[in-house]
Every structure is written in structure tokens, then in C-alpha cells.
Design a protein around this ligand. Structure first.
Ligand SMILES: Nc1ncnc2c1ncn2[C@@H]1O[C@H](COP(=O)(O)OP(=O)(O)O)[C@@H](O)[C@H]1O
Ligand SMILES: CC(=O)N[C@@H](CCC(=O)OP(=O)(O)O)C(=O)O
Length: 298
């Protein structure tokens, strides 16, 4: 076979490699948590959005839940405050809450715009819309950390309605309590609770690190696969810190509540989502429920 023919065949093989994955996920809901840490520049954001749009055009039903933590911190500093976190949750006073709502709304509409540029209809909402995220005030180790909410209930009807009408829903993590007060919700928790409520086939996290490490300073300690129990063990043994803490805790909760496959990957790698979903390459850390672990290891 001549070289040019081989080149075409190689390309075709890459496309065909996607076939079983398209079959598996076709018409299934995939929740993509797009972390603020992976929103480094517009080029990268465009690639993430291209991936999600491709998933949609391949028959998947994607929902984007996004963060914006880094941008919120930037604005908190601009008003002369020092961002403060307890166990990975932002201490949120009234002024910070205002910043959270402003920044997340701006990020939300920016993502909507990028999707629309690709000819797909997107609707940006917050957890306040359609009663999506009901929250109660959260305390971190007994400490009052202000307007931080933990999700106690998800009303997914708005998401199903949007998906049915062929819109791509883009959600930011602000919720309402019973008195209709707005609260800042960690976006990882929001993504996990939403993934459980809509019975997502998969939940993918795009963040700023390759995956879960035993030691984040030593790249050789990347963990390719974890069960919920192993993830809990890592937290208990003190291997997990900062923003990874709410992420892993929420993942464990999601696995116990109907989500079977979760993937934490490096959103700074261009098209990481496509590579993870459509190819045999194992990227990042997969966190699987017991049934999926057995499926992969026999
Ligand atoms: N054991 C660990 N493995 C991987 N990341 C960890 C670990 N412990 C702490 N981290 C931190 O968690 C961060 C990811 O969480 P976060 O900053 O909240 O990202 P995002 O904005 O995507 O939610 C990483 O950049 C890393 O510094
Ligand atoms: C309570 C809490 O910590 N809320 C987060 C919400 C945004 C978020 O989670 O953004 P990332 O996904 O980019 O980290 C915050 O204020 O930073």
C-alpha cells in the first residue's frame, strides 16, 4: 500500500475507533464539569466547547456545569480582599456573594456565546432557575463560612425540558434556599448532584491537573483508576487537599447515587474530552462504581 493510502487509512481508523463509544453513549446524558482552573485562554475554551458540541452532534446529550473560582478570586482581590477557603470552600460574605453571582453569570454567558458561534443553541442558567438547585447553608468543620450552600435537592425538570427542545444547557453553581436566598455552591458539588439527578451515563471533570495524584508534586504517582472506596481512603489518609477535596468527596457521593463513570482530566490538554471519550487512550483518573470496576477488570 502506498504512503498516501496508509495516511487515509490511519485517519479512518481513528474515526472508527470512536464507533463503540458513540454506540455506548448515544442518547445518554454526559455532564461536563468545566473548572475555572482550566479556563486559561479563549483558544482553549473554544476547543472545550468544540468537543462538547461534537458530542451533541454525535447524539450524546451533554450538560455543562461550570466553575470560575480563579476569576472570582481575581475580582475578590480587586476589591481589596484576600480570598479565603476552608476545606476547598470559599468563605463567602455578602460582598463576595455579589462578586460570585456577577462573575459566574459572565462566565456562563461567555460559554453560551461560544456554543452559539458553532451553530448550536445553548441556554445558560444558574441553579436558581426552575428550582434546579435547592440548598441549605453549609458549615465547614462547624465553622460558619457565610453564604455557602450545600445542595439538598435537585429539580432536573428544567434540564430535561431544555434537552428535549434540543438546547445545550449550561449551568452555573448558585442555588436558592427555602427563603429564596442565593448561596454560593461549589461547582464540583453542583455537577455531581446534577449528574445523579439526571442519571448521567458519565461525568467528566476538566481541571488544571492531570488527575488524582498520591503526591501532586510527583508526576509518577498519578492514579489511573480509583473505586469510591479507594478515593475515600485517599481522603482519609490525607493525600487530597485544596480544590480536589470537594471534587473527590462529591464524586464519591455521585457514585453512590447512580453515576457509574466519572473522569477527572487535565482540561489544559487540547481536546482532552474527545480523546478520553472517543479513543482507547486512558487520560487522567477514572473513578468507577463497583460494577464498572468489574466490567473493566473481569
Ligand atoms: N492529591 C491530589 N491530586 C490532584 N490534585 C490535587 C491533590 N491534592 C490537591 N490537589 C489540587 O486540586 C486542584 C484542582 O482543584 P481546583 O483548583 O478546585 O480545580 P477546578 O477549578 O477545576 O475545580 C489541583 O490544581 C491541585 O492543586
Ligand atoms: C463554595 C465555593 O467554593 N464555590 C466556588 C464556586 C465556583 C467554583 O467552584 O469554581 P471552580 O470549579 O473553578 O473551582 C467558589 O466560590 O470558588
Amino acid at each position: 500500500m502506498d504512503k498516501s493510502m496508509q495516511k487515509y487509512l490511519d485517519k479512518a481508523e481513528v474515526l472508527i475507533e470512536a464507533l463503540p463509544y458513540i454506540q455506548r453513549f448515544n442518547r445518554k446524558i454526559i455532564v461536563v464539569k468545566y473548572g475555572g482552573s482550566a479556563m486559561l485562554d479563549e483558544e482553549l475554551e473554544k476547543r472545550v466547547i468544540q468537543d462538547v458540541v461534537l458530542l451533541k452532534l454525535c447524539g450524546f446529550k451533554p450538560i455543562i456545569v461550570h466553575g470560575g473560582g480563579k476569576e472570582i478570586s481575581r475580582w475578590v482581590k480587586k476589591v481589596g480582599k484576600e480570598p479565603k477557603f476552608v476545606n476547598g470552600f470559599r468563605v463567602t460574605d455578602e460582598e463576595t456573594m455579589e462578586i460570585v453571582e456577577m462573575v459566574l453569570s459572565k462566565v456562563n454567558k461567555k460559554l453560551v456565546q461560544l456554543v452559539e458561534e458553532l451553530g448550536i443553541k445553548a441556554i445558560g442558567i444558574s441553579g436558581q432557575d426552575g428550582g434546579l438547585l435547592k440548598v441549605t447553608r453549609k458549615y465547614a468543620d462547624g465553622e460558619d463560612i457565610g453564604y455557602v450552600g450545600t445542595v439538598c435537592d435537585v429539580e432536573p425538570k428544567i434540564l430535561f425540558d431544555l434537552i428535549e427542545k434540543d438546547f445545550l444547557p449550561i449551568v452555573c453553581s448558585v442555588g436558592l434556599d427555602n427563603d429564596f436566598q442565593a448561596y454560593n455552591v461549589n461547582a464540583d458539588e453542583a455537577a455531581c448532584k446534577i449528574a445523579s439527578a439526571v442519571n448521567a451515563e458519565k461525568l467528566a471533570f476538566l481541571t488544571d491537573i492531570e488527575g488524582v495524584y498520591k503526591n501532586p508534586d510527583d508526576p509518577s504517582t498519578l492514579i489511573p483508576e480509583l473505586s469510591a472506596e479507594e478515593a475515600l481512603g485517599l481522603i482519609r489518609d490525607g493525600y487530597i487537599e485544596g480544590g480536589m477535596l470537594p471534587k473527590l468527596k462529591s464524586c464519591i457521593h455521585a457514585l453512590e447515587n447512580g453515576v457509574s463513570r466519572i473522569h477527572i482530566m487535565d482540561g489544559r490538554i487540547p481536546h482532552c474530552l474527545l480523546l478520553e471519550i472517543f479513543t482507547n487512550k486512558g487520560i487522567g483518573t477514572a473513578i468507577l462504581n463497583d460494577q464498572e470496576c468489574r466490567y473493566y477488570h473481569g
